[in-house]
Design a protein. Structure first.
Length: 305
């Protein structure tokens, strides 16, 4: 497949299409990554909290050097909340590197802006005797400075943030040494985040859109009463016009907005179909029509504590 990339503020090239691995089960995620790499994907989005990086690492061991060269592969992972204290940041990264079988990451993100208490690497969401989450008083700017050290040490090529609002982004830019290379958050035609996206772009920060298809497989999606993006008549009519699927139109819409996009799937046919978006481009009017569907409808809310 033809590929396209965005130049980060570090000078690195980041493929605009990646495979997301959130909710990709152990026993299936490895094959999903294998199918993706065999069909031209060069960008895999991972995270400590997904608890599937070991299997992804096994696939990397089988494919790097044969299916793809390491220099051509862009791998992202994310720091989880329980290791946001500066003295645990490197520990979290090293677990991901070991599991993934890599010497460095191309991009490392702080997954959310709020920290929970550290009670060991395997206690992902510590709770007290009453079942309440135990938070930690950690300033994300201190976490960011520890992330900067990872760049200095050569363990990561770039650092960024996930699920940070514009005020928090400005806080990091104004008080830290390295401007985030990437900000990852939910973006799709029902949640266009124009102000958020524009703010990042004005500051030289690339945007990665997760849930670009509107999370049609989220729990309770069909029973929630919310509209299903892939069934929207505007999307389906434009899909018919281009001879593409509704999913392909949503992915292309994100790319035409200058975004990086990471649709997730473990189904080989869908992984392949999601990559078939580089042989066409939406007209300016079609981009506007799809963007006009915005409902500020966010599906991936802050984790319920």
């Amino acid at each position: 497949m033809a590929t396209q990339s965005i130049t980060l503020n570090t000078g690195a090239e980041m493929p605009v299409l990646g495979l997301g691995t959130w909710q990709s089960p152990v026993g299936q995620v490895g094959n999903a990554v294998k199918v993706a790499l065999e069909n031209g994907y060069k960008h895999i989005d991972c995270a400590y909290i997904y608890q599937n990086e070991k299997e992804i690492g096994q696939t990397f061991a089988d494919t790097i050097g044969t299916v793809i060269q390491r220099k051509d592969l862009f791998v992202t992972s994310k720091l989880w909340l329980h290791m946001m204290e500066p003295n645990h940041v490197r520990e979290c990264l090293e677990v991901s590197l070991k599991d993934l079988g890599l010497e460095y990451l191309d991009l490392y993100l702080i997954h959310w802006s709020h920290a929970v208490a550290y009670q060991g690497p395997d206690v992902l969401m510590p709770k007290d005797d009453n079942g309440n989450v135990i938070f930690a008083n950690v300033d994300y700017k201190d976490t960011w400075r520890a992330m900067e050290q990872l760049v200095d040490d050569g363990l990561v090529k770039a650092i960024g943030i996930s699920n940070f609002n514009t005020i928090q982004v400005d806080d990091i830019i104004q008080n830290c040494s390295i401007t985030p290379a990437v900000s990852q958050f939910e973006v799709h035609p029902y949640m266009t985040c124009n102000r958020w996206v524009n703010h990042c772009h004005r500051n030289g920060i690339a945007v990665t859109a997760y849930s670009p298809l509107g999370s049609p497989d989220r729990p309770g999606a069909t029973a929630s009463g919310y509209p299903i993006l892939l069934d929207d008549p505007v999307v389906t009519s434009i899909a018919k016009k281009y001879g593409k699927s509704a999913a392909q139109i949503c992915i292309r819409h994100a790319i035409d907005r200058g975004l990086i996009v990471i649709p997730k799937s473990v189904t080989p046919s869908r992984i392949i179909a999601n990559s078939q978006v580089f042989d066409f481009k939406l007209s300016e009017q079609d981009v506007k029509s799809i963007s006009g569907l915005n409902k500020n409808l966010r599906h991936s809310l802050i984790p319920k504590f």
